[in-house]
Design a protein around this ligand. Structure first.
Ligand code: FAD
Length: 311
């Protein structure tokens, strides 16, 4: 960005914009290059004004949530990384007419709301259906975009509607019938998902017994603890499972558990986790990713695709 653009962005966002920010602090990998600017946005109006300004000025941008599925390359991101905060990170009962009837109860969550907060709120209100999210460290926006899921369930199945902001700054409500979810992916006809910000999501949940909801969440968390590495940086499963197989099985079969590049390592505990054991750089992680892809391809003929969003 040039000096005029920096001045205008400072005027637009005040102290909600920070410059030359290490993205290692905003990624669960604890690694990543620097972003030219990081903008925390707390109202729809501010978000619209920002997106319109970015478009007019042809400045690159990306939206992030909790950074639990991203890797910002070592050379950094020339542009603005946007996060949703405060009024765009809340959770409340939806205002749909059926929310007091016998059907599903609608819960409305802001794109910036953490999964943990959403799940805690649902549990406190004895609403069941999202327990499978227990232990997934993302936000509602990131989770919907990635169709995050576990234990045979995924977020898309619970969605009733979305409010999205497009790359021109226009707000739209999309009903469930207009959304196409597939494995770790939300698709919108004719719309680049990277140009679309999930502002609000409405979920349809069932009334349940609080003690049973808590027990299910604890059960899922315990299963996670058994299988996943703890106390190290990671972005969860690094590669998508190819059709009919598991990335972790293929990586293990190729003998790659424990393989390292700098401080980046293929977890000996779960082969589909690339972990940061200390001071791994984004370059270390990217080099390890390529090495795993090549060696799995040589071993099995299958080309693994990253699930992690790299920018
Ligand atoms: C320990 C660990 C365990 C995990 N386990 C699971 C698991 O079981 N299942 C699973 O599916 N995932 C899992 N993940 C991955 C990750 O938590 C999910 O993909 C999560 O949904 C990402 O949310 P986020 O807010 O962190 O998104 P980010 O990592 O910040 O972003 C991911 C993508 O979503 C986009 N995005 C973020 N916010 C928005 C928004 N408001 N609007 C539009 N796009 C947006 C970003 O541009 C990016 O493309 C795990 C990660 C970790 C670290």
């Amino acid at each position: 960005m040039n000096r005029r653009q920096k001045r205008e962005l400072n005027e637009l966002l005040g102290d909600r914009v920070r410059w030359d920010v290490s993205m290692a602090e905003y990624s669960t990998f604890r690694a990543g290059g620097r972003a030219e600017a990081l903008a925390d946005v707390d109202t729809v109006e501010c978000l619209q004004a920002l997106v319109r300004w970015l478009r007019t000025n042809d400045v690159a941008w990306r939206i992030i949530g909790r950074g639990s599925n991203i890797l910002v390359s070592e050379q950094g991101f020339a542009g603005v990384i946007v996060r949703l905060q405060d009024a765009l990170a809340g959770v409340a009962r939806g205002h749909e007419p059926d929310c007091t009837g016998p059907g599903p109860v609608t819960v409305r969550a802001g794109g910036g709301c953490s999964m943990a907060r959403l799940l805690a709120w649902c549990t406190a209100h004895s609403l069941s259906g999202l327990e499978f999210l227990a232990g997934i460290p993302g936000s509602v926006g990131g989770g919907v975009r990635m169709n995050a899921g576990a234990w045979g369930q995924a977020m898309g199945e619970r969605l009733q509607a979305l409010q999205v902001l497009d790359g021109e700054g226009g707000l739209r409500r999309l009903e469930a019938a207009e959304l196409r979810f597939s494995y770790r992916r939300l698709e919108l006809d004719g719309q680049d998902p990277d140009r679309m910000i999930i502002v609000t999501a409405w979920f349809g949940l069932e009334r349940g017994r609080q003690a049973e909801i808590v027990a299910r969440c604890r059960g899922y968390l315990a299963r996670r603890r058994e299988k996943q590495p703890a106390g190290v940086g990671s972005a969860g499963s690094f590669f998508k499972n190819p059709a009919g197989d598991y990335a972790g099985r293929l990586i293990e079969a190729a003998g790659l558990k424990g393989l390292t590049r700098g401080d980046a390592m293929v977890s000996p505990r779960h082969a589909n986790f690339i972990v940061n054991t200390g001071r791994a750089t984004a370059d270390d992680i990217a080099a390890l990713m390529v090495e795993v892809q090549e060696r799995v391809y040589r071993d099995s003929g299958i080309r693994l695709e990253p699930e992690v969003c790299i920018f």
